[in-house]
Design a protein around this ligand. Sequence first.
Ligand SMILES: [Zn+2]
Ligand SMILES: [Zn+2]
Length: 1003
Amino acid sequence: MHQRAVADKINEVTNTQRWPALAPLMPATACKNILTVTVTVCTTQRPVSQRRGSLSTLELSGQTDASVIAHMIRRQIILTRAIDRYSYVGNTEGFIWEGKTRGGGARKLSHPGSRIQWEAMEKEYQQQNSQSQEETGIIFNHLDKVQRSKSLVRGKTGVVYDERMAKHYCLWDPSYPECPDRLHSILKRCDKLGLLVRCERVPAREATVEELLKIHSPSHVGLLSATSHIKDPTHLEQISAHFDCVYLSPSTCESAFLAAGSSLELVDAVVSGRLQNGFGIVRPPGHHALKDEFCGYCYINNVELAARQALDHHKLSKILIVDWDVHHGQATQRAFFSDPRVLYFSIHRFENGLYWPHLRESHYDYVGAGAGHHYNFNVPLNQTGLGNSDYLAIFHQVLLPVAYEFNPELVLVSAGFDAALGCPEGEMAVSPGFYSHLTSSLMTLAQGKLVVLLEGGYCLESLSESAAWTLSALLGDPCPPLMDPICEPSPSMRESILNIISVQRDFWKCFRYQGSFSKQQEGSKVTRGKAVGQNEKVAEEMKEKRGVTWPKHTPCPTFIDSEEKESYPFKTRGMLSGQSQDKINEINTKLKQLREKECFKDPPHYKLCLAYDSRMTQHCRLNKKDARPDSETPERIQRAWECLEKFDVPQKAQILEPRQATREELELVHTVAHVDTLFTFNKLSERELESRQNHYNSIYLHPSTNDCALLAAGCLLQIVDNVCNGGSTAGVGVIRPPGHHAEPDKPYGFCFYNNVAVAAKYAIQRYKIKRVLILDWDIHHGNGIQHTFYQDPQVLYISLHRYDHAGFYPNSEEANYIYVGEGEGRGYNINIPWNQRMGDSEYMAAMVQVVLPIAYQFNPELVFVSAGFDAAFGDSIGGYNVTPECYGHMTRLMSSLAEGRLILGLEGGYNPETTSYCLAMCAKALLGDPLPTLKLETPNNSAVLSITDVIDIHKEFWPALCFQVDIFTDDVSKRIDYETSPTSSGSLPSSSSYPPPESSPSS
Ligand SMILES: [Zn+2]
Ligand SMILES: [Zn+2]
C-alpha cells in the first residue's frame, strides 16, 4: 500500500469526530503536519538499536480498514513506548511508524507511553544478558524502588537527654545565657505535651577520648578533662578568659562528653535504621567548638562528630548539615570546608560582620574549597527582626532545591532556637511553630533519616516551645497554622538569597530562574558572551523573545570589620546587655498570642482515611470492541485498591462508608439541567446511550454511569466530613469516574461530576472554610475546575499539565499561563503549562519554585489534590516520566499546609499498574512513612521556560515570587567593600590551612 494512503488512513483514524475515544490519545497537532508515514513491523527479539536496520515496511493489504489501523495504533503505542525507552520488548513483534513533518524532520508519530507489563518485562529482562542492563536499568531499578518501599515504614523517633548534662553551669554568673534551665524547660514542655512518652529514649553515654580525638586536638581534650579537677571558681574563670564566650566548671567536661557521646548514639541508631529520626536534647552546644579551641559556649563539636561517625563508621558519602542556629557554626564550616561529602548550610545573623563571631568567612561568598568547592552555603542575615517569611524564602529558593539536588543519605540539624521570637541573642522573629515546618520539609530527604541536635536558644519560653514543635514534627504530627501570614521576604533577605544564587549557580543546576547582565551589556544592546552561563540561558532567551526586562541585582559582599571584636582576656560574665522592660513586655505579649494561635492540639486519631466502593467499577464501555486497556477502565480503581492493600494502607487508615452525593451538593457546582440530564441516563436503552455519548467530548455512557459518578463525588464528601470533623488528618478517595474536566453544564473528557470542585464548594459552605487550595497534577488541564472558580478568590487553583501549545487535550488555550483568573479571582488561577516531555526534576522544580511559595502565602485551610497519575511513567495517554515516589514527595511537601488537611481525589491515570503504585506512594506519604529518595536531573529548558513565564505573570499577585532579576555576572569578588582593612580581622584562626574566599564565583 502506498505510504500516502496509510497516512490518509491514519488521519482518518485519528479523526476525533469519528473516533472520540482517540481524542486524548491523538491530539490534533500530532498528525496534521504529516506528509508521509511508514508503517513497519519488526519480528525479532534483538535490541532495537540493531533491530531498526532490519525493519521492513508493512504491507497493508486486504482488510486495511480503519479498525485494523486503530488496532495497530493501539499496539504501536504500547510497543513503541517500550522500544523507545527500554531497548527491547517482551513481545515477539511490534510496529513502528514514523512520519516526516512538513519541515522535513523525521518525527515519531506515536504517542510515547504505554501500559507496560512490568512483571512480564522484568522476567524477560532477567533472561537477557547484562549488555542491555544499562538502558533497561531505568525501569527495573525504578520498579524495585517502589516495590521495596513497601518495607519503608516509619520507625520510631528517638530522644536522648540526661540530667547530668544540666550539671554544667556558670559558677560566677547566674545570669549566664547558656544555663541548665534551657535543658529543663525543653524537657518539661515536651513532657507536658506528651511528646516524650511517644519517643524511644536512647541511653546517653559519654564519648570516649579516642572518639573526641577524631575531631579535636589532644591538648584540647586534655584541657577539657583537666578542668574537671579544678574546683576554684577564680581559677576556672581565669582559664575561661582565654576563650571567646566560654565558661568552665568542674562539670563541663562530663556534660560535654555526654552531649558528644549521646549525639553519636543517636546517629548510630538512625543511620542503622533502628530509629527513624531523633532529637538530641543536649548541652553544652557544639557548633563553635574548634579543633583546638573552646568557643561560643561550645567545647566539643557534637554535629561534626556525628557527621564523622556517619562518614567513617557507617560509610555514608553524602550528608547535609543544616545549621539554623542564629550564630554561624564556623567550626563546622571549617571542618568540612574542603569536603564534598558534607554539604554545610548555615543561616546566621551577620549584619555584614558586625555580629558575633564577626568573621569574614561567615559571608555568602565562602562556598568551600578544593573538592568541597560549592558545598558550603552561608546565608547571612543582615538585619534583625527577620521571621517566617524570610526563612521560608531561604528554604524555597536555596535550601530545598540544593538539598534535593545533593540528595543526602542523612540530614543533621544544628538546631539552635536563638532565631526564635524573643531570644535576646538572636533578635529575630521566627515563630516556634515554624520550626515544625522547617523540620517537616527536611524529613522528605534521605528517606527520613534526620538527626536534630540542640545548639543555642536563650529565651526559655520560645526555646522550649520551638524545641517541642521540632519534636512534634519528627513524630510526624501536622504542622501548625502560622501566626502571621507569609508575605514577601525583607529586601535584605532577598539580597542575601540572590547573592548566594550568584555565587552558586554555575555549579548547582537548580538555580535557573534568574537572568544575567554584565558591564559590557549595560546601556547597549545585549551582547551574549561567555558571561552567560548554562543556567541563565533560558531566562535570557525568554526575556529577549518577549521583550521584558527584569530588575538588576549586583552582588556585593559588604564586610564591616567589627570594632566590637574582643581578644584576651575575653569577657566571662554579663554576656547579655539585657533587654529593656518595654522590649520584654512586647515579647511576652507576642509569645502569649503565639501560644493561642500556634497551639498544640492532639492530632486526629487517624493520619489517613480512605473512601472506596467497588460499585464504582460498574461504569464501563458498552461496546467492548471500543474497550482499550489504556483508557478510563474499571480496572483502574480495582487495581489501585489492591495495591493499597498490598502496601498495608487500609489497615492503618480509617475506612469510610461510601455514599452518593445529593443533587443539592452537586448543584453547588453544576447546573440543574446538567444534573437532570445525568439522572436520565439509567433510563436510556443501550442504543440510546451509545448515540447520546457522541454528543459529548470523550465520554462513554453506561446505565450505571450516574450512580458511579454520584458515588465518586459522594466518597470525596465523606472524606471532607471526616477530615473537617477531625477524624483523620488527611484522606484519599479511590474514585472514578474522574471529575476535573466536567464543566458546570456538561460532562467532558471521561468526567461527569466535578468531584474535587464539588467537594471544595461543600467544604466552604458546610465548614465555613475560607481558603481552599486545589493542586491539580493530572497531566490534563482541569478545565472544569478552572471555570468553576475562575472569579473566586476563596479557591486557589494550581494546575500542572501537558499543554503542547494547546496541542494536548483538552486542546484549549485557556490552559496557558496567561489565564490568571478574573475579577476578584485574579491571581487565584495558576496554570503551569508544559510543552515537552517532563519527569520528576521538572515537577519538583515547579513545586519548589511556584507551588510552595504561593501556597504558603495563600495559607489554605484545606488542600485538595486532583490526583491524576497520567503524567506517570508508563502512561500511554500522558507520555511523561514522573515516578510514583515523586508523587509521594509532592504529597508530603503539600501536607505541611493547612495543618495537614489534604484530600486527594483520584482523577486520571491510565496505566492501572503505575496509577496504583503512585496512589500507594501518596498514601504512604500521608501516613508519614519515609519516601524513597529522588534522583533529580537538571530541569529541562522547556520546563524552566514555563516556570519562568508563570513567575513573570504571577509575581504581581504573589510577592513571595520576588526573585526574578538579572544578576551581575562579572567577577564579584573584586567588588568586596571593606569598611576597614581586612587584614585586621583578628578573629580569623591562625591556622594556615584555612582557605581564603574563592577568587571568582564562576571559577
Ligand atoms: Zn547560637
Ligand atoms: Zn488526565
